[in-house]
Design a protein around this ligand. Structure first.
Ligand code: GCO
Length: 458
């Protein structure tokens, strides 16, 4: 595998998010976000960690950019912390925050690393939740647009590649469906259940916010998480179930963005609980992305299964997800129990987006793995499992490109071991290990693998 075998101009980079890497969560004028509040409860992460310090990219961004240059990456995808710019959601601007992103972007540009900037990666300013319940209220659209406009105005002369929102489905499902992420809501749920209403409302406002903000001079897209759902058997009902699973995850967002309305499958199943777009909104959403980024890690089997003991977002799909067929696992398991290595899944995922959504420009916004076992020094540096994952997934991605998919970039998740949400620091996705007592960065073997692939040298 070498970069020459990818199309000319293909972009290789790594991705991160503000909350997971910056640290200095409540310093330099940054206001609290919903994750800060959520993590104040004990036991949210298995190691009781918070992201108050994490890997301190706020101070060590030069080291990190230097490491990207050493490997040969073209680009870095990072996010802007809304509450670092506007500590109280809107209004007073925090100059320290504004300057930080200027420093980061300037240093990247000076080193020929192209910025791909995400406006929102899970970190809603806490005040907006307190004032009007954030994504549940249509007022968020106006506030998000103001924040976005400020960023376009401030950084737009340097940044040409933007994303509005990262993984709206994760917000809608975990923030407002099962309460696994902040703001931790599970309204009308049975214990261990999932809400039947709020995920749809949050998603609706996320989509409207994306569309209303996506008007500016550079290029702009959205990042959608997409597991590939493979029918468990060849039965027609399992094919239909896999189709529903795709519609209820990717289609929920990409169908409106492409066609201006929710997928029919969802309309039929959710009925009056699914909000409507007005004619104007529908026009605004249709075509609101210059490119579609897919965050893809894994593949699951799906079979037809009806469970109407309660009504909820997940029960609306009428499917059962499984990780094995006839006792054979779908792929090797990573450290994270949701991640199985299934390289062909990325091929099918990309071809599906191509075929079903009018052949858009596609970017792989995230792809990567945490290795099974405990990644500690020095063993953590010999990450052969991760190298194999990247090698196999990129081969399958190349196959999709060969078959006509218009994929223009690939971002590995992630440069650094960082704060992995509910898993704290127990799960490590980096190609660079970080000693969190000294913050020293130790490149793993996978950085050498990328270097060899990108620069065609050892
Ligand atoms: C996202 C992801 C990342 C995770 C990564 C590994 O929303 O983009 O949740 O933030 O760290 O997917 O799980």
């Amino acid at each position: 595998l070498t970069r020459e075998t990818f199309p000319a101009g293909f972009v290789f980079g790594t991705a991160s998010s503000a909350y997971q890497v910056e640290g200095n969560a409540l310093q330099y004028g940054r206001g609290p976000c919903i994750w800060d509040t959520f993590l104040m409860q004990p036991g949210v992460t298995p190691d009781n960690s918070t992201a108050n310090v994490t890997v301190d990219e706020y101070h060590r961004y030069m080291d990190d950019v230097d490491n990207m240059v050493r490997v040969g990456f073209d680009a870095y995808r990072f996010s802007i912390s809304w509450s670092r710019i506007f500590p109280s959601g809107l209004g007073k601007i925090n100059k320290d925050g504004v300057d930080y992103y200027h420093r980061l972007i300037d240093y990247m540009l000076a080193n020929n690393i192209i910025p791909y900037v995400v406006l929102y990666h899970y970190d809603l300013p806490q005040v907006l939740h307190d004032q009007y319940k954030g994504w549940l209220h249509p007022r968020i659209v106006r506030d998000f647009v103001r924040f976005a406009d400020f960023c376009f105005k401030t950084y737009g002369h340097k940044v040409k590649n933007w994303f509005t929102i990262n993984e709206p489905r994760m917000m809608a499902n975990h923030g407002y469906g099962d309460g696994f992420f902040p703001p931790g809501r599970c309204t009308g749920c049975q214990p261990g259940g999932n809400s039947a209403t709020e995920p749809y409302i949050a998603a609706h406002n996320l989509l409207l916010s994306h569309a209303a903000a996506a008007i500016q001079k550079g290029k702009i897209g959205i990042l959608l998480d997409f597991v590939w759902y493979e029918p468990l058997t060849d039965k027609e009902e399992d094919h239909a179930a896999a189709h529903r699973a795709r519609e209820f995850t990717l289609g929920w967002y990409l169908h409106p963005i492409t066609y201006g309305h929710y997928p029919e499958t969802m309309q039929n199943a959710v009925k009056e609980r699914l909000p409507n777009f007005t004619r104007e909104q529908s026009e605004m959403i249709k075509g609101s992305a210059d490119y579609i980024a897919i965050n893809h890690y894994t593949t699951y089997y799906v079979s037809h299964h009806v469970n109407k003991t309660s009504i909820s977002y997940l029960n609306d799909w009428d499917v059962k997800i499984s990780y094995e067929r006839n006792g054979v696992p779908i792929g090797k398991q990573a450290y994270s129990n949701w991640l199985y290595v299934v390289p062909w899944g990325i091929y099918k995922a990309v071809m599906h987006v191509k075929e079903k959504y009018k052949d858009p420009i596609i970017i792989i916004g995230e792809n990567g793995i945490d290795q099974p076992g405990n990644e500690t020094l020095p063993g953590a540096l010999y990450d052969f499992f991760r190298i194999q994952y990247f090698d196999q997934y990129l081969h399958e991605l190349k196959r999709a490109i060969k078959d006509g998919a218009r994929v223009t970039g690939y971002f590995a998740w992630s440069l650094l071991d960082n704060f992995e949400w509910r898993l704290g620091f127990t799960s490590k996705f980096g190609i660079v290990y970080v000693d969190r007592s000294t913050f020293t960065r130790y490149p793993k073997d996978s950085t050498r693998w990328f270097r060899k692939m990108i620069k065609s040298e050892v």
